[in-house]
Design a protein around this ligand. Structure first.
Ligand code: PLP
Length: 486
């Protein structure tokens, strides 16, 4: 595609964009149980207007746009107050969970460089259920990840294993509130106590849970302690663009105090241009996400969030109980909020096939691979817009599971399964291409059905599947790919 020699009309542009969108997940159906946190049209309109009002304002320089500094301080303040933080707590607005986590890891790295200069090869200890973006942060920042198991049945971090994993090079311990995959809060108090005992920093990843759990707490639900009041917790991330229902590009990173947060910042006055002092990763940034986040918190109020959390929790509890009653499915662990993982209890139900079948019927459930003691499963996150569909989801699951029980095993899937079981004995390039072909991975277009692709990705050694995913994306993201497809 080239920039058109003559600009197009607004109508033409939006017609094309609407056309492009038609192949995306239809989240407005309320049947997409991941990716989207939709507060409904009324709230959305407010977000939209606030975002647009600040679309062009630049968060690069708080002196030039003091209103953005004010908005940032106020959004951080509202979030910190919701989390019952004391007055020493400070924080910043970031573009999302990943940026908040990168900053938490950077802060711990630079803090230990300054205070523990003898550590030359820093390590962080994290349970296998910690979010992938923590692994990404470690990768970007040159920190070794030391991964520890979670308990069978509860999927909570095994703190004894974390203790055993601490070495003289450890700088940071991590826990989730909750973990994305299972929706389970780690024993934060124990992890933080261990950090304190060993003189380490401790980050709580409450990206997905910070807001929702806080309102559950206000509503009287039993919520394990997870915030900065837990002795030993030194930083906490909480996303507003998840259960804060803000526009995408909104998260908060909080620190126990300014002395620690200092290590997050970066300044540069040694080049020929303008002075740079950045609290977060990005420099120039639209004021839109911040203004929209500020607006949604003000518009919803405690009453609005409590209403949503109450209805989402009622729907979640019914859904979890209903799934528990379907012969062939089970919910993993005891989820603490409105997200959970469902696994199969019978060979008849391959969850990846179940996901494909559900997708054919208009439902999106997110496949998650078997790792350690966590079996292959499908992830479900509820939010306000999925509540009206929760009963229908249960029915669709019941019906689909019943259908699958009647079906003969697919010979191709069986054959792939048999080949994958031999992987541990022999794995080379030839095997790889054979398996990829069996899974239907040939060109750049994703196969219609993902069952076999997921089986393959799950079974491959991590470095091979990660290499494969990278190559796939590298081939898919080509400027001329869209032209070829059309
Ligand atoms: C617990 C947790 N941490 C971090 C992230 C990453 O957040 P983002 O996608 O906003 O970068 C997620 C995303 O779902 C999450 O659930």
């Amino acid at each position: 595609m080239k920039i058109p020699p003559k600009g197009l009309s607004k109508e033409e542009i939006f017609q094309t964009l609407q056309g492009y969108k038609s192949t995306d997940l239809d989240w407005k159906s309320g049947r997409v149980f991941g990716y989207i946190y939709d507060p409904g049209k009324k709230v959305h309109d407010v977000i939209n207007e606030a975002y647009t009002l600040y679309l062009s304002e630049n968060g690069l320089d708080p002196l030039s746009f003091p209103s953005l500094l004010r908005l940032e301080n106020e959004v951080v303040s509202m979030t910190a107050n919701l989390l019952d933080c004391n007055s020493e707590v400070v924080g910043n607005f970031t573009s999302g969970g990943t940026e908040s986590l990168i900053l938490a890891v950077k802060t711990s790295r630079d803090y230990s460089r300054s205070l523990k200069p003898h550590i030359k090869a820093p390590e962080m200890v994290l349970p296998i259920t910690a979010h992938a973006s923590l692994f990404k942060a470690a990768h970007y920042l040159g920190i070794k990840t030391v991964v520890t198991p979670v308990h069978d049945d509860t999927f909570q971090a095994d703190v004894a294993a974390m203790r055993a994993a601490v070495t003289d090079n450890t700088i940071l311990l991590v826990g989730s509130a909750p973990s994305y995959a299972h929706g389970v809060v780690d024993p934060i108090a124990d992890i933080a106590a261990l950090a304190r005992e060993k003189g380490l920093l401790c980050h709580v990843d409450a990206c997905v849970g910070g807001i929702h759990l806080s309102y559950m707490r206000k509503l009287g639900h039993d919520v394990p302690d997870f915030d900065l009041n837990v002795p030993g917790v030194t930083s906490l991330s909480v996303d507003l663009h998840k259960y804060g229902y803000a526009a995408k590009g909104a998260s908060i990173i909080l620190y126990k105090n300014k002395d620690l947060r200092r290590f997050q910042f970066w300044a540069c006055s040694r080049w020929t241009g303008y002075t740079v002092v950045n609290p977060a990763v990005t420099s120039s940034k639209s004021g839109g996400p911040m203004a929209a986040a500020w607006a949604v918190l003000r518009y919803m109020g405690d009453n609005g969030y409590q209403e949503i959390v109450a209805e989402v929790m009622r729907a979640t509890q019914k859904l979890i109980a209903g799934i528990g009653g379907i012969d062939g499915l089970r919910v993993l662990g005891q989820p603490n909020m409105c997200m959970f993982a469902l696994a199969s209890t019978t060979e008849k139900i391959n969850v990846y096939r179940l996901a494909d079948k559900m997708k054919d019927k208009g439902w999106y459930l997110q496949p998650q691979f078997a790792r350690d003691n966590s079996p292959a499963n499908l992830h479900i996150s509820l939010n306000r817009s999925t509540v009206p569909q929760a009963e229908a989801l249960l029915k669709a699951l019941e019906e689909t599971v019943a259908e699958m029980k009647q079906e003969e095993a697919d010979p191709e899937t069986r054959q792939l399964q048999a080949e994958l079981e031999k992987l541990a004995l022999k794995f080379d390039e030839e095997t790889f291409f054979k398996l990829a072909a069996m899974a239907g991975v040939t060109g750049v277009a994703p196969p219609e059905k993902m069952e076999k692709v997921n089986m393959l990705l799950e079974a491959l050694p991590y470095d091979v599947s990660e290499f494969m995913l990278t190559e796939y994306l590298n081939n898919m993201m080509q400027p001329n790919a869209a032209d070829e497809a059309s």
